[in-house]
Design a protein around this ligand. Structure first.
Ligand SMILES: [Zn+2]
Ligand SMILES: [Zn+2]
Length: 155
């Protein structure tokens, strides 16, 4: 079995998180990494204890779901909550970040953004990342992780 690269490993983690999304509009997952160590993760979902879009439908305001906290924000806020510094960290995310998340990513001191899929890549987000010298790279997620195979090997 081919050894998984760090990029694909962290991207796999983000895709696993995306499968936990409760806003059915888009399944997004994000992982924050420092020194090859996962420090936080998030997915598109409601506030803790709040109703899920998947149960009650989205709460739409001006064409956006107001209930959902984006995966990137959830990951950053997890660091805020538990006192983990995001300065100089890397972010792995399933989709290109929106303008709001872009600003929060920059302001949190995150220095690299790896995303798997283009998604309405806004020119303003691209400009902001460029101005802030955040390294942005598309890393398509192309690995099918064969857990069955891993299990069999371990036995
Ligand atoms: Zn929603
Ligand atoms: Zn966003």
């Amino acid at each position: 079995m081919e050894r998984l690269s760090w990029d694909q490993y962290f991207m796999a983690q983000s895709h696993l998180l995306a499968s936990r999304s409760t806003c059915t509009r888009l399944f997004v997952g994000a992982t924050i990494v420092r020194d090859k160590r996962i420090i936080a993760g998030g997915y598109n979902g409601s506030i803790a204890g709040g109703p899920h879009c998947s149960d009650e439908g989205c709460y739409m305001i001006d064409g956006h779901c107001a209930r959902t906290i984006h995966a990137e924000m959830n990951a950053i806020l997890q660091c805020a909550k538990f006192g983990e510094s995001t300065d100089g960290a890397e972010l792995y995310v399933t989709h290109y970040p929106c303008v709001q998340c872009c600003k929060s990513i920059i302001q949190a001191g995150i220095k690299s953004v790896y995303y798997a899929k283009d998604y309405k890549n806004h020119p303003y987000a691209e400009e902001l990342f460029r101005t802030a010298h955040v390294y942005v790279k598309k890393v398509p997620f192309d690995k099918v992780i064969e857990l069955k195979q891993v299990n069999n090997t371990a036995q």
